[in-house]
Design a protein. Structure first.
Length: 146
């Protein structure tokens, strides 16, 4: 069950604040006992659960009065690619210490802990993520250290 506060983006019932102010100035502080009348008086309107977009070319938005399914914009796609790059960059950064350890072990004449070729292949596959054409179906390479 979702509620919109004065036509704003709906939130699930469990995210409604624990304290609401009624139109007469009084407050209620136990969300488990709020009645529909009290919620309405405090400015909350019950709305249906959001629909599910049929495919990856659509998104669900709140118009202020109802849910709507609209096509994704170029900006939406660009933001998705930004999120993918951010995830990729985090995965790349998490490998840095393994390369440093490998170099140190080689300099000290120790047997390397990691297979450097496998690490190099993995890191290159991460760099190539943006060569994939469908941001909704990214195939992430398997981390060789797991």
């Amino acid at each position: 069950m979702f509620y919109s506060f004065r036509n704003q983006q709906p939130i699930p019932y469990n995210e409604i604040p624990d304290r609401i102010r009624l139109s007469n100035g009084m407050t209620r502080t136990n969300k488990n006992t709020f009645t529909e009348e009290e919620l309405s008086d405090a400015g909350y309107q019950q709305v249906q659960n959001p629909p599910v977009a049929a495919n990856n070319t659509e998104k669900v938005i709140w118009s202020g009065t109802e849910w709507q399914i609209v096509p994704l914009t170029e900006e939406d796609i660009e933001n998705l690619w930004k999120d993918i790059r951010k995830s990729r960059d985090g995965r790349l950064a998490s490998m840095d210490w393994r390369f440093l350890r490998y170099q140190s072990q080689i300099r000290l004449g120790l047997t390397p802990t990691d297979n450097i070729e496998r690490l190099d292949q993995y890191v290159q596959a991460l760099r190539d993520i943006t060569l994939q054409t469908d941001p909704f179906n990214i195939v992430w390479p398997q981390d060789p250290t797991v």
